[in-house]
Ligand binder design. Structure first.
Ligand code: HEM
Length: 385
């Protein structure tokens, strides 16, 4: 075992004995912890966090907390250790795991001590920790409820802030599900699977109906209730929802501002959109989709064209044709997203009126400019023609 790994092992063996544990820490240590809302600066702020944890502790205590797979690098008197910290609980509770990075410094008096500690609870979507590790699968373990229910951390004591947090988190979960379904929809379209594509498209449309309905709950929040915690939101805004942007990209939007283009969004803007997949599906049913529309560069925005419109009109000509039903299901998805935008802007008008948004836009004015812009305009045009 390396010198640094021995320090890390010793640290966790000392858990439960605060003085022995703290001997491994530089008193000026800085700490990032998943359940702290800010950088902890120095041992007194670590003590505050420990007291808060003790006050809200529930459920069984871990039977062991130990580092795994420690990797360390040393440069003179400075070192970095990275490891997985696993807390095991009595069966049938699932393990809880954290990704940890520690920075250590050495001096003649104390040897190696940790000067920065970064621990990150492995997230809900991280499947690297088996939910039944060390025991029988349980409801809470399978759903990672310990982690999920530790993620609601309002910044104020305002009663209504929890609703604001929960509803946004629920939306992000639904966005994840829609993206998951949209990938399947595209595969099914491109495989020529009409029944499967129809089923998946209808599921997406139903989810959209569900999330539009959820705005009713948020509308029970009055402007005064929202104002009670709004200043704490800083510049955070749904505007920064990566998954919403990805959904827009999957539905065909291109030309995002450079600063929002993260790796996933960039990938989504260079893949075929749902409409591109629809054209492949239609070609597979024997319709004469122009080859250059099929082989176009998907990174470019779609430009409506008369020859493709004519193909869509043919697909719609026979309403019992599965292709017509598939097109119709995509219109339902398109309408669902537009409904969400409309209900969101009306909710915003009710709650903040004409004030600017926390994301820095003109607020409702900006949001109104995003209304009535279908993702699949040609489908809307030809179905009524
Ligand atoms: C009190 C509730 C809410 C208010 C007052 C509000 C307000 C706003 C405002 C003013 C914007 C424009 C950007 C900005 O300047 O911030 C915006 C954008 C956005 N909000 Fe909300 N919002 C609320 C709830 C929600 C919820 C529950 C979601 C669900 C995820 C959400 C998702 C979004 C998205 C995705 C955008 C970007 C829309 C676009 O650019 O087309 N918002 N919101």
């Amino acid at each position: 075992m390396t010198e640094i790994a021995a320090v890390v092992e010793g640290l966790y063996r000392a858990l439960g004995d605060r003085a022995a544990f703290d001997a491994y820490l530089d008193p000026r240590i800085t700490i990032w912890e998943s359940d702290a809302d800010r950088l902890l600066d120095g041992l007194p702020s670590l003590d505050e966090l420990r007291d808060r944890r003790a006050a809200r502790a529930s459920g069984p205590s871990p039977v062991s907390v130990a580092p795994e797979d420690i990797r360390a690098d040393v440069w003179g008197d400075t070192a970095v250790a990275r490891y997985l910290l696993r807390a095991r609980f009595p069966a049938p509770s699932a393990d809880r795991c954290f990704r940890v990075t520690d920075v250590l410094r050495r001096d003649d008096e104390h040897g190696w001590r940790i000067v920065h500690h970064h621990a990150e609870a492995l997230s809900l979507l991280d499947r690297s920790v088996p939910p039944h590790a060390g025991g029988t699968l349980t409801y809470g373990g399978y759903l990672r409820l310990d982690e999920l229910l530790a993620c609601q951390t309002p910044l104020t004591d305002a009663h209504d802030e929890l609703l604001f947090v929960v509803i946004h988190q629920v939306y992000e979960l639904w966005f994840a599900q829609i993206l998951h379904e949209a990938a399947l929809l595209q595969r099914r379209l491109e495989d020529g699977d009409s029944t499967g594509a129809l089923h998946t498209a209808r599921r997406i449309a139903k989810i959209l109906k569900t999330i539009v309905g959820q705005l009713d709950v948020l509308e029970t929040m009055t402007p005064r209730q929202f104002a009670s915690f709004r200043p704490e939101l800083g510049s955070s805004s749904g505007f920064q929802s990566h998954q919403f942007r990805e959904l827009e990209a999957v539905l065909g939007r291109r030309g995002f501002a450079r600063d929002v283009l993260d790796e996933r969004l960039r990938a989504a803007t260079t893949r075929r959109s749902v409409f591109d997949s629809l054209l492949r599906y239609l070609a597979g049913t024997g319709l004469a989709v122009p080859p250059d529309a099929l082989d176009r560069d998907p990174a470019q925005p779609w430009r409506p064209r008369a020859d493709v419109r004519a193909v869509l009109a043919t697909a719609y000509a026979d309403e019992r044709n599965p292709a017509a039903e598939v097109c119709e299901a995509l219109v339902d998805i398109d309408e669902g997203v537009q409904e969400w935008r409309y209900r969101h802007v009306k909710m915003v008008e009710r709650i903040i009126g004409s004030r600017t948004g926390t994301g820095g836009s003109s607020g409702a004015d900006y949001l109104r400019s995003t209304l009535f812009r279908p993702a699949f305009p040609e489908l809307w045009e030809v179905r009524g023609a």
